[in-house]
Design a protein around this ligand. Structure first.
Ligand code: AMP
Ligand code: MG
Length: 472
């Protein structure tokens, strides 16, 4: 039994397209997230694996589910695109307030030239990485199910097995959803979307005027996104394609395309094969998040004042201080990683020194923090010697009282690219054992696991991943 509702379909018809998922020859189950299903109140016990595969590839539509593809627009790499939307996704409905959406489930009105399908690789990647992010306490969409469709899809490097991924999200409303109506100058729909968003994500603003709702939403999003991006920084995560259509108004990580975790630290690191100018590099994520929030503000200006320049000035006055949260939150989390829980501006230099040392010596980001307790206790074997390190340790010892709790803050296991890649390559040979193993390890990233030896290690020369692809 799954109790589907759909509040989004109560919005006007042009917010979405009602459309059924495609038919697939022989869906089979790869993984079903029972823990998440239980959290959602999904009673799956009576379903066989095949039934689950049929439900979560859109072959069997359950009562109460009314699949839709959502309309949205977006700025892609800084360029406006007024027509995007779910071109390969179907929102089955809401369960317990959360969206349950299929990805790779067939064409919709928004497919443009695309086939509406997904290859298995991105399904495996999103399952592993989004669940790892959740275990690392990062707000994110979740993975409910992965299904193999039994069909081939045609991609850049030839035919690949197809899959459908089911993700769960507090919603799929993006900055790009607002832009869809903004680009059409459709104020009425913008107002409806604003009210819907406030009611769903920020009900505490329900009673405010339209002007105050708009300002409150922008400010709330600055708070949420600054916390989110700080978490990304703290674990070396690079989203890779922070277009406004991949930027959630609920402040969760959404759309795991060419995302990747850094191995050795490099401030300007880029993995995505299409990010030629490093717009979405590790270091640029703060700037881009701020830019994206300003694009949301553009959409809401008419509700703030009839005169747009006046409205822009009001927004600027309200948010200019708040935007500092982006650097503050990031520094606070990095400080926590070295054992400083009461960060002040004076600690910035200490943190910068350590980070610069990591970059100069090309040291693994995750392990550099994980090994700090050893360094504190005079075992510097992990760290290449340098005067920078010596001076950091000197200052650090004076500043930090206790490092006993650091293993609960600095993970040992992250979804390293070469491990994810191995899971994908084996999945293409119909072998899901590495996928399951890796998923298991990443569930408890802070605890050293006897059976996970090697999973903490950076890649070797032979299995290093240099680039990631959107690879839809
Ligand atoms: P994304 O890479 O997820 O940010 O997608 C950007 C846009 O391209 C969205 O509108 C997607 O729905 C659309 N899209 C990506 N892959 C496909 C596909 N295989 N078929 C149809 N639309 C797609
Ligand atoms: Mg997207």
């Amino acid at each position: 039994m799954i109790n589907f509702k759909n509040t989004y379909t109560q919005l006007p018809d042009h917010f979405y397209q009602k459309v059924k998922p495609a038919k697939f020859e022989s869906p089979s189950l790869i993984a079903f997230n029972k823990e998440l299903a239980l959290e959602l109140g999904i009673h799956f016990e009576k379903y066989t694996d095949l039934e689950i595969a049929n439900i979560f590839s859109g072959q069997k539509i359950l009562e109460g589910s009314d699949p839709i593809a959502m309309a949205y627009a977006g700025f892609q790499f800084g360029h406006p695109n007024p027509q995007l939307g779910d071109g390969r996704a179907h929102l089955l409905g809401e369960v317990n307030g959360f969206d349950v959406q299929l990805k790779g489930s067939g064409q919709t009105r928004f497919s443009r030239q695309g086939d509406g399908r997904s290859a298995l690789g991105p399904v495996i990647r999103e399952y592993l990485v989004s669940e790892a992010m959740h275990a690392l306490e990062v707000p994110t969409t979740r993975a409910l199910c992965a299904v193999s469709t039994g069909e081939m899809v045609h991609r850049q490097f030839g035919p690949e097995p197809g899959g459908v991924f089911t993700r769960v999200a507090s919603s799929h409303i993006r900055v790009g959803t607002f832009q869809y109506f903004f680009f059409q100058n459709d104020l009425k729909s913008l107002e409806q979307l604003l009210n819907y968003t406030i009611n769903r994500h920020y009900p505490e603003f329900n009673e405010l005027s339209l002007k105050d709702k708009s300002l409150s939403l922008i400010k709330a999003l600055i708070k949420k996104q600054s916390e989110l991006i700080a978490k990304w920084y703290s674990i070396g995560f690079i989203h890779g394609v922070m277009n406004t259509d991949n930027f959630s108004v609920a402040g969760i990580t959404i759309d795991y395309g060419p995302c990747a975790f850094m191995d050795e630290f490099k401030f300007n690191k880029v993995f995505s094969s299409i990010d030629h100018r490093g717009r979405y590099s590790y270091s640029n994520q703060t700037t881009i998040a701020q830019w994206n929030i300003l694009r949301l503000a553009d959409c809401l200006l008419p509700f703030i004042d009839q005169s747009l320049p006046k409205a822009a000035k009001i927004v600027e006055d309200e948010i200019s201080d708040l935007m500092n949260l982006f650097s503050l939150k990031s520094m606070q989390l990095l400080a926590r990683k070295i054992g400083i829980d009461d960060y002040t501006d004076q600690d910035e230099l200490l943190i910068q020194n350590f980070i610069q040392y990591l970059e100069e010596q090309t040291i693994d980001f995750t392990l550099a923090f994980r090994n700090l307790p050893k360094l504190f206790n005079n075992d510097s074997s992990f760290y290449p010697a340098s005067t920078k390190l010596d001076s950091f340790v000197d200052q650090w010892r004076k500043r930090v009282k206790s490092i006993d709790h650091l293993d609960k803050i600095n993970p040992l296991y992250i979804p390293r690219n070469h491990q994810v890649e191995k899971a994908i390559q084996e999945a293409y040979q119909n072998d899901f054992s590495h996928f399951h193993k890796l998923h298991q390890v990443l569930k408890t990233p802070y605890t050293e696991q006897e059976k996970a030896s090697g999973f903490e290690l950076p890649p070797t020369k032979d299995n290093r991943v240099y680039q990631t692809f959107c690879g839809t």
